[in-house]
Write a protein that binds this ligand. Structure first.
Ligand code: FAD
Length: 415
């Protein structure tokens, strides 16, 4: 039984937020040409701006932590508050009504890496990192993908070799979001190539500042550089930084991936491109009567409404302590489908206005959305992979033939 009622908790959280943050302005009616026209799916910021925003976001998490809202669900012996998940959702709901420093710096660390450390870490990693991660002192990243292993994550090649009480990590990771400002990373390595590919993997927590770790930013087509390639040359990791048992890294990776997919799809809707906004754009450019565009707008409106309500149904089930059904498996797919519908419609309305920046409000700014959608369709499981998951696990169709669960990994390699 929690030592504080939900009602008292809400009162305490409201008092904290009122004293430390400004309430968001109530939803203003969208008026064409007013306010910011920023619609980017991925933040494009200079390194200086990024570090400044990171410092603000860290200061906010520290303040939350001082007031008892840093790690609401965490076990008390690890520095958490030991309250049920419903309390955390209540807090998040309340905080979303206030302007607080954001920037997405903790999405991967707290949304994916920390829950994995809690589930599979040793006492050393739990004690050393978790509280500090929730306090904002330590930022985490996810080192899974490699040049030859993305969708087929179990085909990864970066190796970890045992050396007494330590492991030596050598190889390359790629697409590592936020590696350039992260302190630790969750890395999955191959520890036994003689086992089938899903069986010879092991997870570790790695210090991103350790000798032998080299982070190189990658420039993406939106102009920013939010992810990186990371090279490891004989990086020493103590055995007490292992996640789970040796060669059981696939289970560790799945814990992280489950959290990742729930986090990405959870919002539903069309992730930034509202139908009211697009309808105004159609009016502004005199195409509101175009039958084909109107049809597309209605398709988008129906699809985003269905996605939002489906996600709400899944969240309501979770709130009532039930397991969500197949809804969550379709959440990410619905999000990226809707973003694609929105991007195509916006491109049809704006035409050449999205190809060059003339300074006109609400036109060229949409390139950031359009160019970001393909990234969304790939990140955290591509559309095709998500369809395979729905086909196999929800609809019960035969398995994708790609999985070889018996042949030793070493024999699968062709190069
Ligand atoms: C914005 C963004 C952020 C990212 N951040 C991170 C991060 O922080 N850490 C990290 O480790 N990775 C990250 N990634 C990488 C991401 O996880 C991979 O890009 C993704 O898993 C796909 O892998 P891949 O790029 O190697 O493509 P591939 O797996 O090579 O896929 C190529 C194409 O083949 C299709 N395909 C592959 N397998 C199948 C199949 N079985 N059936 C049907 N079609 C298939 C895919 O759908 C795709 O169209 C990020 C990616 C993006 C876009």
């Amino acid at each position: 039984m929690p030592d504080i009622s939900e009602q008292d908790f809400v009162a305490e959280a409201t008092a904290f937020l009122e004293a430390n943050a400004k309430p968001k302005e109530t939803e203003k009616k969208f008026v064409w040409g007013e306010g910011s026209d920023k619609v980017a799916l991925f933040d494009e910021r200079s390194r200086d701006a990024e570090l400044r925003l990171l410092a603000e976001a860290q200061a906010w998490r520290a303040k939350r932590d001082d007031a008892g809202f840093g790690w609401i669900t965490g076990p008390e012996e690890l520095g958490g508050r030991g309250l049920p998940a419903t309390y955390e959702r209540l807090y998040n709901q309340l905080e979303s009504g206030y302007d607080t420093p954001g920037g997405g710096f903790f999405t991967i660390g707290l949304g994916m890496v920390a829950p994995t450390i809690l589930a599979h870490g040793t006492d050393v990693t739990k004690q050393r990192y978790l509280k500090k991660m929730y306090r904002g002192d330590i930022v985490g990243c996810q080192l899974f993908s490699e040049p030859g292993a993305g969708s087929d994550l179990a085909g990864l090649q970066m190796k970890a070799e045992r050396d007494g009480d330590e492991w030596l990590l050598t190889g390359q990771k790629v697409w590592t979001s936020g590696a350039h400002y992260s302190d630790i990373g969750e890395v999955i390595c191959r520890t036994d190539p003689d086992l089938p590919k899903h069986k010879g993997l092991t997870g570790f927590v790695v210090d991103m500042k350790a000798p032998g770790v080299e982070v190189r930013p990658l420039r993406q087509m939106t102009g920013g550089a939010s992810f990186n390639e990371v090279f490891f040359s004989d990086v020493r990791v103590p055995d007490d930084h292992r996640l789970g048992d040796v060669n059981q890294g696939w289970t560790v990776a799945l814990t992280t991936l489950m959290n990742e997919r729930a986090a990405i799809g959870g919002g539903g809707g069309s992730g930034g491109a509202g139908t009211t906004q697009i309808a105004e754009m159609m009016r502004h450019f005199g195409v509101a009567q175009d039958a084909v565009l109107r049809d597309e707008l209605m398709k988008l409106h129906s699809a985003t409404t269905v996605a939002r309500l489906t996600n709400k149904r899944a969240l309501d089930k979770i709130k009532q302590g039930q397991l969500p059904g197949p809804e969550l498996s379709t959440a990410k797919l619905a999000l990226t489908n809707n973003q694609t519908l929105a991007a195509n419609l916006i491109a049809a309305v704006l035409g050449p206005r999205i190809t060059a920046d003339t300074g006109e409000w609400g036109t060229f700014a949409w390139t950031q959305f359009l160019l970001g959608v393909p990234g969304m369709r790939v990140a955290g499981g591509t559309d095709e992979v998500m369809k395979n998951i729905v086909a196999e696990r929800v609809l019960g169709l035969p398995k994708d033939p790609g999985i070889d669960s018996k042949t030793p990994f070493r024999e699968l390699r062709t190069n």
